[in-house]
Each structure stands twice: as structure tokens, then as C-alpha cells.
Design a protein around this ligand. Structure first.
Ligand SMILES: Cc1cc2nc3c(=O)[nH]c(=O)nc-3n(C[C@H](O)[C@H](O)[C@H](O)COP(=O)(O)OP(=O)(O)OC[C@H]3O[C@@H](n4cnc5c(N)ncnc54)[C@H](O)[C@@H]3O)c2cc1C
Length: 375
């Protein structure tokens, strides 16, 4: 017997979007998350213009709303790029970058979803899935069945692990090898000599990746991310990076997490189960932007299920087509760019950064902020 029309596993941006949209279509949706909200999520929290537009389309939440509810913690229309300790580029943008604390941002959206009528089970960890019978199995041994399952359980997805055992075309080990490792610390402003009012990106500090200082109202978010297989000791790299940016106190607390970095799945589905967001590896390979793709893929999965149920369309081909057109094409382009850039020796990367930002800096910033064909 079916318990629900759809089960969404994971209440990050991807799962919350799917659950909200499917509930809007009139389906009976259950959202499960292993954590209770508000919960922490390691993330630098940069929201691009395209993300703000998209969440307005989905949740009817404007940037003004986010500011008013103090979900947005900081914004800046100016940013700099360094190669090691050398300033390469600085620009004032047409539209600002906005920053959120993910604990606050996800909790805000979580409450919108909860108040919309979606049934939610917090503190419920999914440990297994029956892909043939569309059933999840929780840590407490409970089985819950649905017509469809959406795997939105993030970078270490349990659903993806199970799904890939059914597929010959992609191996879980290859997926894992192409993850990035990310270390991030929240640093009091007093730790740095400069009073930061803008974000800075640092290249040349690790292989196949970069570092950042993203300012917030009361502190700075400082981090590095780089491809796992291309770097050895992330802790040492992080300590050297702290030296470079002038943080003397090495006792600051930092945390680590994984980030898909070019290993997005081209066919993230099996039977009636669809993967979305980080679970499907949908993160931009050059910039590491994932929030936009989490929301967007969450929306596409919901649309595909609605079309399958109400318009007699094939679930898999509908989801695949929309993913290809609206997400994967863009990620493929970024992957090519990323391979071209990070594949060069350091001196060439510096040269390329200089030339690209000098000749097309504003254009490149616009590409990151916007998607021309934004649905
Ligand atoms: C250090 C770092 C910095 C980043 N900075 C940025 C940035 O500035 N801008 C940007 O756009 N992107 C950034 N990203 C990427 C971004 O954080 C992710 O792409 C985004 O959070 C993906 O959303 P999601 O909903 O797919 O997964 P998540 O946000 O990871 O949510 C997954 C949810 O699933 C739940 N869950 C996990 N496993 C289970 C289970 N077994 N059972 C039940 N529930 C489960 C978790 O509790 C969580 O709530 C960054 C990532 C990292 C690591």
C-alpha cells in the first residue's frame, strides 16, 4: 500500500523546492530530514541574482523579503580576485552578491514549506531505499512507501549510493574521486587587520580550486575548496592560506565538507526515484555554486512528476530533457572552462585570469549572476 504520493528525502534547497512545488500541484508529500531545523550547513552562502530570481518564482520571496526578515546577512556590489597575494581584478557590479547564513536561510524556507501543508518528519534518517517498490527505510527500521521518491540528501547522498549500484555507466568510486574537499571557518572581524566590506576570491593557493573571504555583518567566512584527487593535505593548505590572508590565530574552529565539483550525473534517476541538487552532483565546476542548481533541479523534478501524473508524460524522459536543457548544458560549459583553466600551470592560470578579467571581467560576472534563458 502506498503511504504518500511522493517522499522527498532531505530538506536543503533542493528538497524544500521539490516538496513545496509538489504540494502546490496538490500531491500528498512527505519530507524527511535526518536533522531537526534549524540545522547547520557548511556553506559560504553566496546567493547570485539568478538564485534570488528563482526563489521569488518558486516561493514568492523577494530579495526585499529576505532582507526584511534578516535572512540576508550581507550584500556587496564590489569584489576582488587575487592570485596568491597579488590583486588581479576588482570590479563594481550592476547587481550585488547577497550572503545568507545557511542555518537561517534553510530554516526560513523550511517554515514556508511546513506552513504550506507538507507533512514533515524531522530527525528521521534514511538508511536505505527499495528502488523497485519506491520505499524508504529509516534508521529506526520503518518502511515508508510512495509513488515517487526524490533524493535530495546532499553531497553524501544515501539514495545516490544505492542508485549507482543499479547503473553500469557510472561507478560510485569515480564520483567520489571527483569530489572537492572544502574547509571553512567563521572568523571574528577582529582577527583581520582590514575591515572587510567586500568578498575576495583567491586563486593559486591549491590545485583545482580556490579560496574565499566572504564578509558578513559580524564576522568573515573564510574557506578553501579543491578537487580531492588533486591535493594532498587540506589542513596544511588551509593553514598556509590563513597565513596568506593575515589570520594569525590558528586555533580558530574550522569544519570540512564535500562538494561535487564537475562530477554531476547526466542521468540522475532510476525507476520512480529522481535525484536533485548535490545528491545528483549539480554544482558549477568552476565557481562551486550549488544553491541555484539545487533549487532549479528540485523544481524540474517536481514538474516532471506532475507531468507524468497529470499529462501522461514519461517521468524519466521529461526529467532528463529539462535537466539537459536547463542545467546540464550550462554545467558542461563550466566544466570545459574549468578543465581548461585548472589544467594549466600556475603562471598560465595567473596570466589567463589577468587577460580574461581585463578583457571580459564584467561579462564573466554577468554570466555567473544571470542565466539568459531564466524560466
Ligand atoms: C564550504 C562550502 C561552501 C559553499 N558555498 C556556496 C555558496 O557560497 N553558494 C552556493 O550557491 N553554493 C555553495 N556551496 C554549495 C551548496 O552548499 C550546495 O550545493 C547546496 O547546499 C545543495 O543543496 P541540497 O539541497 O542539494 O543539499 P543540502 O543543502 O546538503 O541538504 C541536504 C539535506 O539532506 C539531509 N540529509 C542528508 N542525508 C540524509 C539522510 N540519509 N536521511 C535524511 N536526510 C538526510 C540533510 O540534513 C540536509 O538537510 C558550498 C558548499 C560548501 C561545502
Amino acid at each position: 500500500m502506498k503511504n504518500h504520493d511522493i517522499i522527498v528525502v532531505g530538506g536543503g534547497p533542493a528538497g524544500l523546492t521539490s516538496a513545496y512545488q509538489l504540494n502546490k500541484y496538490g500531491f500528498d508529500v512527505l519530507l524527511v530530514d535526518k536533522n531537526t531545523f534549524p540545522r547547520p550547513k557548511l556553506c559560504a552562502g553566496l546567493l547570485t541574482k539568478k538564485t534570488r530570481k528563482l526563489i521569488n518564482n518558486i516561493f514568492s520571496v523577494t530579495t526585499e523579503d529576505l532582507k526584511q526578515k534578516e535572512v540576508v546577512d550581507f550584500c556587496s556590489d564590489y569584489y576582488q580576485i587575487y592570485f596568491k597575494d597579488k590583486l588581479i581584478y576588482e570590479t563594481k557590479m550592476k547587481d550585488a552578491f547577497y550572503y545568507v547564513h545557511r542555518r537561517v536561510y534553510d530554516n526560513y524556507l523550511f517554515n514556508l514549506v511546513k506552513n504550506s501543508g507538507v507533512e514533515i518528519k524531522e530527525g528521521t534518517e534514511v538508511v536505505d531505499i527499495d528502488l523497485f517498490n519506491s520505499k524508504i527505510i529509516t534508521k529506526k527500521g520503518k518502511e515508508i512507501k510512495a509513488g515517487y521518491i526524490i533524493g535530495a540528501d546532499g553531497a553524501n547522498s544515501v539514495i545516490r549510493r544505492k542508485l549507482l549500484t543499479k547503473r553500469d555507466d557510472i561507478k560510485l568510486d569515480d564520483f567520489k574521486k571527483n569530489m572537492a574537499v572544502s574547509l571553512e571557518a567563521v572568523v571574528p572581524r577582529s582577527e583581520l587587520k582590514l575591515d572587510f566590506d567586500h568578498p575576495i576570491l583567491y586563486y593559486g593557493i591549491l590545485n583545482w580550486g580556490y579560496g574565499w573571504i566572504f564578509p558578513r555583518k559580524d564576522f568573515l567566512v573564510v574557506g578553501i575548496a579543491g578537487l580531492k584527487k588533486s591535493n594532498n593535505n587540506f589542513k596544511d593548505i588551509f593553514m598556509e592560506y590563513l597565513d596568506l590572508i593575515g589570520i594569525k590565530n590558528k586555533d580558530i574552529d574550522y569544519s570540512g565538507w564535500q562538494l561535487p565539483y564537475g562530477n554531476f550525473l547526466k542521468e540522475p534517476f532510476y525507476n520512480n526515484t529522481l535525484l536533485v541538487g548535490d545528491a545528483a552532483g549539480l554544482v558549477e565546476p568552476l565557481t562551486g555554486e550549488g544553491i541555484y542548481y539545487a533549487h532549479h533541479s528540485g523544481l524540474l523534478a517536481a514538474k516532471a512528476i506532475n507531468k507524468a501524473e497529470n499529462y501522461n508524460r514519461n517521468l524519466i524522459s521529461t526529467y532528463k530533457r529539462s535537466l539537459d536543457e536547463e542545467i546540464l548544458l550550462r554545467l558542461e560549459r563550466f566544466k570545459k572552462l574549468s578543465k581548461f583553466f585548472y589544467g594549466q600551470p600556475a603562471f598560465m592560470q595567473k596570466f589567463l585570469l589577468k587577460v580574461a578579467t581585463k578583457t571580459a571581467g564584467n561579462y564573466l560576472t554577468e554570466i555567473i549572476q544571470e542565466v539568459k534563458d531564466d524560466r
